[in-house]
Design a protein around this ligand. Structure first.
Ligand code: PEP
Length: 245
């Protein structure tokens, strides 16, 4: 399946910096490249190089109405989004998003015709307690509960160990292989058409480790934070996803 490399700009950028960043991107054959930008910059990012797709970093679970501050999936679609990240660990930890809310956001995205990128992953304490798959089972189970198995085959998953995000310390090849294999088996075992679901890895992916991380079985792309803010780094990671060409 075609690899997806999605940049998560987080709460960074300015009109001037975004223009430079977007102008530095060129589509890489064989890889789907996406930039997930802050809401106010969606309009600006519609003017982007051919072959780069657009995404957002969050979405409301509600369709429309009296929900001050929220942004609906239909609005994201209207601004040209294809993807939306849901359940990023920063939203779970800092903004109190629970597993069920993440499922509802994924459902709202799918209803509107967007593809949710659903993030799952354990904290360092949970890894130290050997609870990695217990946590991921709970996170995935809640999404399946809300979406149903058939619809869940329409999402993209991102395995993002919380301790690897923004830390400069990516998970090891062995750790990623183990968890991605387990997620694929989980999907199979829960009636989700596993072959259709891309599983991205996210957590301190950089140009110098991208090639070996993309080589891990069941890694179907990457969710890239810090390194997506420098066009040269993001391009190098996308080229690595294409097999280093
Ligand atoms: C992220 O924010 O999803 C992420 C993976 O960040 P970083 O690449 O900076 O670790």
């Amino acid at each position: 399946m075609t690899r997806l490399v999605a940049g998560n700009w987080k709460m960074n950028g300015s009109l001037a910096a975004n223009r430079d960043l977007l102008d530095g991107l060129v589509s890489v054959p064989g890889v789907e490249m996406a930039v997930c930008v802050p809401y106010p910059y969606l309009a600006q990012a519609r003017q982007r190089p051919d072959g780069i797709v657009l995404g957002a970093q969050d979405v409301s679970e509600y369709a429309a109405g009296a929900y001050t501050g929220e942004v609906s999936a239909a609005m994201l679609l209207e601004f040209g989004c294809r993807y939306v990240i849901v359940g990023h660990s920063e939203r779970r930890a800092l903004f109190g998003e629970g597993d069920v809310m993440v499922g509802r956001k994924a459902l709202a995205a799918l209803h509107a015709g967007l593809v949710p990128i659903v993030c799952v992953g354990e904290t360092l304490a949970e890894r130290d307690e050997a609870r990695v798959m217990e946590v991921i089972d709970r996170q995935l189970g809640a999404v399946r509960e809300v979406l149903g198995a058939a619809a869940m085959s329409g999402v993209v998953l991102a395995y993002e160990p919380v301790w690897a995000i923004g830390s400069g310390r990516s998970a090891s090849v062995a750790q990623i292989a183990e968890v991605h294999g387990a997620i694929r088996a989980w999907l199979d075992g829960h009636g989700v058409s596993a072959g259709a679901v891309r599983i991205l890895y996210g957590g301190s992916v950089k140009p110098d480790n991208a090639l070996e991380l993309f080589d891990v079985p069941h890694v179907d792309g990457g969710l890239i934070g810090g390194a997506s803010l420098a066009a040269a780094d993001f391009m190098a990671i996308c080229r690595a996803a294409a097999g280093g060409v």
